[in-house]
Structure formats: C-alpha cells, structure tokens
Design a protein around this ligand. Sequence first.
Ligand SMILES: [Zn+2]
Length: 210
Amino acid sequence: MRPITKSRFKPVSYVYNPHGDAKDELIDTIGGYCSYCERPGYSSALDVEHIRDKDTHPQRKHLWRNFLIGCKNCNPVKSTKSILNMYFPTVNNTFEIFIYDQLGQVTVNTALLTTNAERDRAQMLIDLVGLDRRPGHPQFSKKDKRWSDRKDAYLLAEKYLPKYKAGDIDVDTIIDLAKAKGFWSAWMTVFSTEHHVTSRLIQDFPGTRL
Ligand SMILES: [Zn+2]
C-alpha cells in the first residue's frame, strides 16, 4: 500500500461542503488511485474517503485533512471501522509491511514485522478494507476485482522487467505503464532491483511519502 502524504500541497480550501467537491483536488494531490488497494480509476469510480468515518466523526466530515480516495470496493468494506491500532498509509511505511505476489495476494511481511503486535497492526490494515479478499476468502464477492486487477498489474510489470533490463524500453515507458495500470506497490516490488525505476515511481506518483 503506497504511503501517502497530502502535506506537500496547499489545498484551495481546508473545508469542503459537500465533501465530494474535494475529489478533483485530491486526485491532483495524491493521484487518481484508491488510497488503499491502489487501483486506478476514472473520477466516477473513486470517491472522497473519510479516514475517520463521517458517521462516527461528523465534525470531520468536511475537513480536507480527513480525506483520502477510496474505490467502490474499499470504501464500503471500511465503512465505519476505526483506524486505531493499525498501520496507516498517511503515517507509516505501508509499502514495506506487506508482500505482493503474482497471484494478486497481499500478505503481512513477517520477515520485517517480527512481533505479534506488529503483525496484528499490519493485518488490521488488510482487514480494514478487505485487501486479502480473493477466491477462497469467506467474504469474497465475484464483483470484487481488486485481487485480479492487482495480479494483472504484477504480471504486466514482470513482462516488462526483462525488456527494461535489456534496454528495449526506457524508464518513461515503465512509468507510463505503471500509471495507467495502477497498483504502485506491484511495480515497486517487481522493479525492486532497478533503483532508477523505483525512484521514478516514488517521484512520479503524486503524494508518495517515501
Ligand atoms: Zn480500493
């Protein structure tokens, strides 16, 4: 999950009423991707997401600092869940706490997180939006394409890695592909040995905090 900051940008306003009016500026600030599953989306497929849910925290409903971007799958799964006691993309390095693979899975990085408390905090973030829902998961729905979209992005990155290494395509092409396909963490994982690419992924995806 891409670590995110909005602090490099000064918003037009710190209060948006209705909150949906913040969407265009949010996309300019942190990119047109779900802040949780990292899928890309046309504006109509993405919503202004309340970090602290607007039902439990009505006083934060219109505040810029409480906004991220959520997709049609992550947003309803998150619903009114609390974000306490878990890692979070605006606070922690939520890229390195997970492992991403070619099956479209997101799992806790147990090599990095060695204590049960750390692993629990990472798993809670997965559970917050159901990031591990795929066929076989008890709450998986066929309408939920996050896992297969993530898998497709991972496989596309793997397809282009040898072409990049051979010098057949340049870093700009990789960045264009990654931006179009989304799932920043999959590209970061596949290109982990290619530091020119990873530094551009960090630089070119708006609001990446690494
Ligand atoms: Zn999502």
